[in-house]
Design a protein around this ligand. Structure first.
Ligand SMILES: Nc1ncnc2c1ncn2[C@@H]1O[C@H](COP(=O)(O)OP(=O)(O)OP(=O)(O)O)[C@@H](O)[C@H]1O
Ligand SMILES: [Mg+2]
Length: 344
C-alpha cells in the first residue's frame, strides 16, 4: 500500500463544499491544521457543463483563500448518490482470483455499462462457514470522476485519491466512536445518505433522495412563508413538539417518515444480503443533523439509540477553532474521513 502525502479532505455537497486539513494522521492524535467551507453555487454538482465546473472551481478557490488552507494535494469524495456499492460474498475463490471474480459478478449487478464505470473493491473479511471472501464492490461512473478531475484542474488542486462519501464517513466515525456496529445517517440538503458498518467494515451504503431542503419546503408550503423564513423556523424549532404547539414538528413529520421508511428498507436489505443483525446504534451527521429534536425523533421511531455525531472526537483542535467547531460538530464528518485517509 502506498502512503498518501499530507492532504486536504474535500466534500462536495449540493449545499456546501467543506474542507479539512489534518496533520499526524498516522499517529495517535491527528491534529487539525485548517478547515473551511463555502456555499455551493446552485446546480453545479455533478454537472458536465464547463461553465458549471468553472463556478465550482471558483468556489473552491474562494474557500482556499478565505480559510488560509494552502496544501494543494487533496482527497475528494464523489457524491454518494452517484456511486454504486454492493456487498458480495464469493465462496471458493482463491486470493489471486478475487479481483477477476468480483469484476465478473459486478457485470451482473451494475446498473450501467461496465465500460462506463471506475470499479474497485474493498476486502471486508472472510466468512469461514462458507469459505467465502466478503467484499464491498464500489463503482463510480467515469463521467463523474472526470468532472471532479476537471474541477480540480481548474481550481489548481491535485487529487491524490478519490473515494466515496460513505467510505470516508465510516473511517471518521469508526475512529471517533470506536464502535464496530453502526448505522450512519448523513443529512444533506438534497439527499440523506445511509451507511452501515459491521465488525468495523463499511458493508452497505445507499443515498435516499430526500434531504433537509425538503423539510424547509414543507414549511414554505404549509405556512406560505418565504424560503429564508421557513429555513429559520426549521433551524429554530425543528422536531421540537413543545415549540409553537408542535406546528413545525407536525409539518416536518411526513417528510421525516418518508426518510425513515427508506432507512427501514435499507436495514431490511442489509439484513437479507449479509444475514447479519442490524446495528442498534445510529450516528447522525451533515448540517441537517443540527435539526432540533432529530436524535430523539429517530431513536423513538426506530427503537434504536441515535445521537448527533462528533467526528472531531480524538482529533486535537487548536483553541482558535474550538468555538466554531463546537457549533458545527456533525458537519465535517465526510471531510474529516477524507483527511484521515492514510494510504491507497
Ligand atoms: N442548524 C440547522 N438545523 C437544521 N438544518 C440545518 C441547519 N443548518 C443547516 N441545515 C440544513 O442542512 C442542509 C445542508 O447540509 P449539508 O451542508 O451537510 O449538505 P450538503 O452536504 O451540501 O448536501 P448533499 O449532501 O445533499 O449534497 C440544508 O438543507 C440546510 O437547510
Ligand atoms: Mg453532504
Amino acid at each position: 500500500m502506498a502512503k498518501l502525502p499530507n492532504h486536504v479532505g474535500i466534500d462536495f455537497g449540493n449545499h456546501t463544499v467543506k474542507a479539512v486539513e489534518l496533520k499526524d494522521v498516522d499517529g495517535e492524535s491527528p491534529t487539525l491544521v485548517n478547515f473551511g467551507s463555502q456555499p455551493t453555487p446552485h446546480g453545479v454538482i455533478n454537472s458536465s457543463d464547463t461553465d458549471h465546473q468553472r463556478k465550482l472551481a471558483d468556489a473552491l478557490k474562494e474557500m482556499y483563500s478565505a480559510s488560509g488552507i494552502d496544501n494543494k494535494k487533496v482527497v475528494l469524495a464523489i457524491p454518494e448518490s452517484a456511486v454504486f456499492t454492493r456487498f458480495l460474498e464469493l465462496p471458493g475463490i482463491k486470493d489471486d482470483e478475487l479481483q477477476s471474480a468480483v469484476f465478473y459478478q459486478a457485470k451482473e449487478y451494475l446498473p450501467m455499462p461496465f465500460e462506463d464505470v471506475r470499479m474497485s473493491f474493498i476486502k471486508i473479511g472472510f466468512n469461514k462457514d462458507k469459505n467465502a471472501h466478503r467484499v464491498l464492490l464500489v463503482a463510480a461512473p467515469k463521467k463523474i470522476v472526470d468532472i471532479y478531475q476537471n474541477v480540480s484542474d481548474m481550481a489548481g488542486i491535485e487529487p491524490v485519491a478519490i473515494e466515496t462519501e460513505s467510505i470516508a464517513m465510516g473511517r471518521a466515525m469508526y475512529r471517533a466512536t470506536k464502535e464496530t456496529q453502526l448505522v450512519m445517517l448523513d443529512f444533506g440538503s438534497e439527499t440523506t445518505d445511509m451507511s452501515i458498518m459491521a465488525d468495523g467494515y463499511l458493508v452497505f451504503s445507499q443515498s435516499i433522495s430526500i434531504g433537509s431542503d425538503a423539510l424547509t419546503q414543507a414549511i414554505v408550503n404549509q405556512f406560505n412563508f418565504e424560503y429564508v423564513q421557513a429555513e429559520e423556523y426549521k433551524r429554530n424549532y425543528g422536531l421540537n413538539e413543545d415549540a409553537l404547539e408542535g406546528k413545525i414538528s407536525q409539518t416536518l413529520s411526513p417528510i421525516m417518515s418518508s426518510i425513515l421508511t427508506e432507512v427501514r428498507r435499507g436495514v431490511e436489505f442489509y439484513k437479507s444480503k449479509t444475514l447479519l443483525p442490524a446495528p442498534k446504534k445510529y450516528v447522525l451527521s451533515g448540517d441537517g443533523a443540527l435539526l432540533p429534536g432529530l436524535a430523539d425523533y429517530i431513536s423513538s421511531n426506530l427503537s434504536i439509540s441515535a445521537e448527533v455525531a462528533n467526528p472531531w472526537s480524538g482529533i486535537k483542535v487548536p483553541d482558535k477553532y474550538a468555538k466554531v467547531i463546537q457549533k458545527s460538530k456533525p458537519s465535517f464528518a465526510v471531510s474529516i474521513g477524507l483527511a484521515l485517509k492514510a494510504d491507497i
